[in-house]
Write a protein that binds this ligand. Structure first.
Ligand code: PAP
Length: 335
């Protein structure tokens, strides 16, 4: 959900990229700004870069969202495993309502992004007060905002936050593919060179960037715990999916029982939410999500290390060093 969205002329949620309130316009005029490669302006709000329409929806969210103590917020930097985490969390939380292997499971007929909707990139786009009161608890939401921006609306609530983090290089390459896949030939981004994406990541001014600042915001929070926070890593989910999904269930307060473990519930959920299963569903081949993106664009290769096919060693070293430097300066480590 990012630069490409600025080019989605047919998307209902992204057409009014610059239609913002007077209040938002005043705020924006005071913020640091940078031009992207198409000449559109990004602004830095609370330490992260956004296009104006996203700042407007963040303001809507910060002003009007009323957290419930039972809410669950799934947070991520774009292209870090959001779709997978949404599917897993939905399946885990609602497993008593929908058996994971039944044909009627919502994940078989709808995309994870419609079942767990983004706050700033969907629900609050062009809508100051989406009706969220009717949703039954626990409500699941998602965000790409850094913790400090999300926290403004969670201050008075002990609701849970799950953050999924992925190697910057794989997240970058995934974003690059996403932009090229999503955007029609006539738009500039279909010929977007990966070098430009790397430059952008090094410079830091791109939507929801800088990566390392966002990761640090959640890493810090996982120590402070003003909200209960589970820090997950995409690579660990790939390596040990059973252990990670059980960790997720434990954190969400719905641990798998011994009987569930014996009867294969964990495996069923993992199979239901697997990249191969989800990407081959009719709904994910054809549909468009509530945030205006074609479902198929959220699924590609998955896994760890695809960056090796697209980035040079020099690029990789620069990106890794940049992240390490940021984390070292804070005295924090991933593990
Ligand atoms: P978003 O931030 O726009 O929602 P997000 O789901 O975080 O996107 O990232 C998409 C990546 O997750 C893609 O990675 P790739 O480009 O390296 O292939 C996509 O393939 C991968 N992905 C999507 N669904 C799954 C899944 N069920 N299991 C594992 N990986 C997945």
């Amino acid at each position: 959900m990012e630069e490409a969205s600025q080019n989605l002329q047919n998307s209902p949620n992204f057409t009014n990229a610059d239609s913002v309130s007077q209040e938002c316009e005043n705020l924006i005029s005071s913020l640091p700004s940078e031009k992207d490669s198409t000449g559109k302006t990004l602004y830095n709000y609370q330490g992260s870069w956004y296009y104006p329409n996203t700042i407007q929806s963040i303001l809507n969210f910060q002003k009007y969202f009323e957290a419930r103590d039972t809410d669950i917020i799934l947070a991520s930097f774009p292209k870090s495993g959001t779709t997978w985490l949404k599917a897993l969390a939905f399946a885990v939380v609602h497993r008593n309502k929908y058996a994971a292997n039944l044909v009627s499971h919502p994940l078989l007929s709808d995309n994870p992004h419609n079942l767990v909707r983004f706050l700033e990139a969907d629900l609050y786009v062009n809508n100051q007060r989406p009706d969220l009161k009717e949703l039954s608890s626990p409500r699941l939401f998602a965000t790409h905002m850094p913790f400090q921006t999300l926290h403004e609306s969670l201050r008075d609530s002990p609701c849970k936050v799950v953050y999924v983090c992925r190697d910057i290089k794989d997240a970058l390459v995934s974003r690059w593919h996403f932009i090229r896949k999503l955007v029609k030939k006539e738009y500039l981004y279909s010929n977007y060179p990966v070098e430009e994406m790397v430059e952008k990541f090094i410079k830091g001014a791109y939507s929801f960037g800088p990566f390392q600042d966002q990761v640090l915001s959640y890493l810090k929070e996982s120590l402070v715990n003003s909200n209960p926070l589970l820090f997950m890593r995409y690579e660990e989910m790939i390596e040990k999916p059973e252990a990670q999904v059980m960790r997720l269930a434990d954190f969400l307060g719905c641990s798998f029982t011994e009987e569930e473990k014996k009867s294969g519930t964990v495996e069923n959920i993992l199979e239901l939410c697997s990249l191969s299963n989800l990407s081959n569903l009719e709904v994910n081949k054809t549909g468009t999500s509530t945030c205006g993106i074609a479902h198929h664009a959220f699924f590609r290769k998955g896994g760890v290390g695809d960056w090796k096919n697209h980035l040079t060693d020099d690029m990789a070293i620069k990106l890794d060093e940049m992240v390490e430097k940021k984390l070292q300066a804070s005295g924090l480590k991933f593990q």
